[in-house]
Design a protein around this ligand. Structure first.
Ligand SMILES: [Zn+2]
Length: 194
């Protein structure tokens, strides 16, 4: 998988999807990374094809490591300031052996790529992919694109890579659903009655 420093949006979108699989985000659903197959589906749905999976399937240890990465990425998305965001990302990237290299694309333009120094585990490859995407988003779109979900029933966060930058929800089809919000209000009201 090529990690290109100029291209942040796919990695930022994947970072959002990954952190929002956590059981602390959509509490009723539980951990949406419930097993190796769920992780594989998340990668496929995001069109992410890591080199680590060319010859191997996702296994239990990959899953554990990606769950740990998910916590590290959540901490980055919750960073209270741009400099904290950069520091936390640098810390995550520093554990992945890699270097930055200028690479020519199929005989045409040149691009800065993050190139692994050796074969990486799935989690390390994803850390590289996500880390540079988050730095690229900060550099290009600014710190205000890292936001908590507006839904009162959701603990999610997201990176807004949309053109207008007016996204409000971490999982628009779930958190932006008025019925969910109405149900939550109703529940709160009922609790208040007793
Ligand atoms: Zn949400």
């Amino acid at each position: 998988m090529q990690v290109t420093l100029d291209d942040y949006s796919q990695g930022a979108i994947f970072a959002t999807e990954l952190v929002n699989t956590s059981p602390r985000v959509w509490v009723i659903a539980g951990d949406m990374l419930s097993g190796p197959q769920a992780l594989k589906t998340l990668l496929d749905n995001n069109n992410v094809h890591p080199d680590a999976l060319v010859h191997d399937l996702v296994d239990g240890s990959d899953l554990e490591q990606v769950r740990a990465l998910r916590e590290a990425v959540r901490e980055i998305l919750d960073a209270p300031s741009p400099s904290d965001l950069v520091d936390l990302t640098r810390r995550a990237l520093s554990t992945v052996p890699h270097h930055v290299e200028l690479v020519q694309q199929e005989g045409r333009s040149w691009r800065w790529n993050a190139v692994p120094d050796n074969a990486l585990s799935l989690a390390d490859e994803l850390a590289l992919f996500i880390g540079y995407a988050l730095l690229g988003t900060l550099r290009t779109l600014g710190f205000e694109r890292f936001r908590p979900c507006s839904s009162p029933t959701c603990n999610g966060v997201f990176v807004d890579t949309s053109r207008g930058g007016r996204r409000r929800y971490c999982m628009p089809e779930l958190c932006g659903n008025r019925i969910n919000v109405a149900n939550h209000r109703q529940r709160k009201q009922n609790l208040g009655d007793h």
